[in-house]
Ligand binder design. Structure first.
Ligand SMILES: Nc1nc2c(ncn2[C@@H]2O[C@H](COP(=O)(O)OP(=O)(O)OP(=O)(O)O)[C@@H](O)[C@H]2O)c(=O)[nH]1
Ligand SMILES: [Mg+2]
Length: 385
């Protein structure tokens, strides 16, 4: 299946139903009181994480999603029915971003987690609400408010502990093949990897971590060169980045310059990513003599002012890769667990009573038609026998 990691959709929550004007009319009750009911609230739109899904492809085709409108109020003080919510199922790891404001609405990181992305409109009040000691037959009512309309970008972020970073051809895919059972394509040309791959690295039977291989970065990636930096977002949830450096690039480029290029692009992408724990991993040590390797390591670490951990491996022959995997696991097990940025269903901090009080407080401003004649009023006036 095609790997789709982004989709743009438009969601519309339901409008609130209107309140109505209605009076009780029965035989022998010539002037019964007002009995127009409130409308129902509009339905909300939610995202819900579901482990059974692994792509956003469905949302590439179905882009418009709407929750139900609240029903209008009815006579005899009957409240309209609340509109049904619309629940959109998305893969675990989906992030919702408001396209118009660029606000990250939330991340769905657990199966079953729900996130409201558009709130339904409030209900309008029926005329029965407006009865007061001075006005026994109010002809006021309010309409429901419109439901929220939002343009949302869904982004599927891989949930990996460790992310690989490096130029094309550095050997990232070879490394993930060496340490996990993932089998991404490996080839001696740049941009072999076009979509991210995940691999589970099992160090012992019960100890494992997930590693993500993403397409290579090149100079100017932040401005869109190569495949751009769009895939870096997949590294945002990683706890450790491995910066893979080819010690003897086939194109004759300088490993030190290459390392600087990667860090520049990383800085341009985000501070958060640039400040994540990072290890430097020199790959293809089989291509150089030991002295040369020392020399390359020294030059690269100097060029990028590196004082952090350094590993050297040959991913193709799996030299030192097992040790690297064990070190990674020991390291991430000691890291404090990062609390995922998440938003479980918004707490409802809203009380209908308050809402009613507020609407009633401004009710004096509402137009009340003094020439009111029930006969030519087009909103329900019920006469009962
Ligand atoms: N000699 C040697 N070659 C290696 C080693 N690791 C990878 N290679 C070769 O380097 C080339 C690129 O490897 P990939 O794993 O495809 O590189 P990548 O970083 O995933 O590249 P992109 O997907 O294009 O970003 C392939 O021809 C590999 O066989 C190594 O340890 N030693
Ligand atoms: Mg690759």
């Amino acid at each position: 299946m095609k790997f789709v990691d982004e989709a743009e959709i438009r969601v519309e929550a339901g409008d609130g139903g209107n309140g109505i004007v209605s009076f009780r009319r029965e035989k022998f009750v010539a002037k019964g009181g007002p009995n127009g009911g409130d409308g129902g609230d509009g339905g909300d739109v939610y995202l819900m994480a579901d482990t059974n899904l692994n792509t956003l492809v469905d949302y590439q085709f179905e882009k418009y999603h709407q929750a139900e409108r609240g029903q209008n109020g009815m006579s005899t003080n009957c409240t309209g029915k609340r509109g049904d919510d619309m629940i959109l199922r998305v893969p675990v790891g989906t992030r919702a971003v408001d396209i118009d404001t660029a606000e990250v609405i939330g991340d769905l990181t657990k199966n079953g987690q729900k996130l409201m992305i558009a709130k339904g409109g409030w209900h309008g009040l029926g005329n029965a609400r407006f009865t007061s000691s001075t006005n026994r037959a109010p002809r006021k009512k309010t309409n429901g408010t419109p439901g929220e309309v939002r343009n949302i970008r869904l982004e599927l972020l891989l949930l990996a502990d460790v992310g690989l970073l490096g130029l094309p051809n550095a050997g990232k895919s070879t490394l993930i093949r060496a340490v996990s059972s993932a089998k991404p394509k490996v080839a001696d040309y740049p941009f072999t990897t076009l979509v991210p791959n995940l691999g589970v690295v099992r160090v012992e039977s019960h100890r494992s971590f997930v590693i993500a291989d993403i397409p290579g970065l090149i100079e100017g990636a932040a401005e869109g060169a190569g495949l751009g930096i769009q895939f870096l977002k997949h590294l945002e949830r990683c706890r450790l980045l491995l910066h893979v450096v080819d010690v003897l690039p086939a194109d004759g480029s300088d490993p030190a310059e290459n390392a600087v290029t990667i860090l520049k692009e990383l800085d341009k992408y985000s501070d958060k990513l640039a400040n994540k724990p990072r290890w430097l991993v020199f790959n293809k040590l089989d291509l150089v003599l030991e002295d040369e390797l020392e020399e390359v390591i020294e030059r690269v670490t100097k060029a990028i002012n590196w004082e952090g951990p350094v590993h050297s491996i040959a991913a193709a022959s799996r030299t030192n890769t097992e040790r690297l995997a064990a070190d990674i696991l020991n390291y991430i097990e000691l890291l404090p667990v990062e609390k995922p940025r998440e938003q479980i269903e918004d707490a409802v901090n809203f009380k209908w009573d308050d809402y009613h009080q507020d609407v009633l407080a401004v009710a004096d401003d509402l137009d009340e038609d003094d020439d009111f004649d029930e006969d030519d009023y087009d909103v329900e006036v019920i006469y009962k026998r």
